[in-house]
Design a protein. Sequence first.
Lengths: 296, 280
Amino acid sequence: MHKNRLGAYLFSFPSFFLTAALGIYPIVWALRYMFYDYQGYGEPRLIGFGNFARLARDAEFWQSVANTFVYAGGKLVITLPLSLILAVILNRKLKGRHLFRAVVFLPTIFSASVMSIVFYLIFNSYNGILNQYLLELQLVSVPVDWLGASKAMLTIVIIAVWGAVGNYMLLFIAGLQSIPEEVYEAASLDGVNPAQRLWYITIPMLGPVLQMIVMLAITTSLKGYESIMVLTEGGPFGKTEVMYLYLYKLFFPLTTTGTSVQNIGYGSAVGFTTAVIVGLVTWLYFWMSRKLNNLY
Amino acid sequence: MVMNLSRLFARLPAWLLLLAVSALMLFPIVVAFLGSFKSNLELTTGATFFPESWQFRNYVQAWTQADFASFTFNSVFVAVFVTVGTLLVSAMAAYAVDRVPFKGKKLFIFMQSFTLFISIGAVVLRPQFDLMVNIGLQKSLWGVIIILISAHATAFFMVIGFFRGIPKDLDEAALIDGCNFYSIFWRIILPLLRPALAVVALFTFRGAWNEYILPLVFSMSRPDMQTLPVGLASLRYGAGAAVENQLMLAGACISILPLLIVYLFANRSFMQVTVGSVKG
């Protein structure tokens, strides 16, 4: 075995240094400033838990948390079953399955912000491409207000599903390939129909893989805000404001509002709380899904 | 024959679902591509599918007037250096961690996974930016590049995964033949890792190419530093001037085209990355 400790330190140093300086330090920085009153200029003032007291009363923040759950919930409820079904179909020896996989996976390689621009032109309420088609085909008589207060969240969820299905389909396919063929053969002898096969064999047999995939889906969807930022900036009337976007606004200005509400101390407290919320949800999910892990 | 027909009917719902999903997946991309050749008027009122007349000048206009030449240059610059840097930093660290027992190794691995799981969102951008101001890199894309390289935990774990496929006996044999720690890395490990690193490179390049928030923050007071996603999104809230939709679509196509071309030839590798990054 190698004895070259010095070499090992030299080789891991760049990675260590970058991670410490730009990955860990910013977190420590936030852990400090969340106890301060600091707007980005002047002298930071220690105020203890003042920021958290304000946070508890910040209706806008809690609304954004609620919106996050609506967004993440909507995305998951459509994405996971759809991608599982697609995975089951495309895991069979179907003609053209590789082509279909490639097509379904295609959206995941593109930038969320770039595709959001395209989706903006498609869903635009006044002269959007989708509305033009719907009017032309006389499916609607007045343009649908896709990005208006009542439908914006739905539109955002549709776009998020579009970008995510391919990813989870692929992960499910990888999971499915670990299920031994004999199980299905035995089941088909017992005369099991496809729905039963999915519910009683495939899903339980996926077990830990399913647990991992769902956890990944939950955390990813709770953290997503890029496409919302480009598409609606949280509007209209805060209807699509999610917690990580709310957080962003406490540090950097957006284009439409222009004015910055920068508040570093408060923002750090919000960032900490947001991370805790994600952590709690993940932990809760793990606790609730522990059965999945025991099945094997 | 009867058998085949009944099988066909049994599979019909599956086929319909596949076709419908595929159509929905391709719709925005096809719309963007065809729309990028339409005039603004046709795009906003035409309800056409194919362009009435193909406006190739949209691309010329986007490239010259809307600064997409500069956005593209910046994107290529960032993505290339981030990919090279990430590969180097993670391959070196993975080599040390996988092959040498050293004090602090556990802590190092913990640190890497910690950054992977904890996310406090945009908060980190502020201290990161301040650090770059301190070393004078906030006014160049190098600041963006360094910060993106620093987020190499996923790449690190992917490379470590590939290291398991390289037997340690090889190192031993090379040691006996007179190689040392460094030459083993350059002469034996790196060449063997090449196919694996290509996959990690694809993953990293895609991430850097698509990155939006970080270059946005850095280019807020410096439009000349905008990358493709940033420059494109800024057209959405175009300052004053009438928004020209056809330029937005041409720009969108410019920014998705390179990945699309790579995807056409290497979509299996793309998929391998996705599965690999989760399996670790």
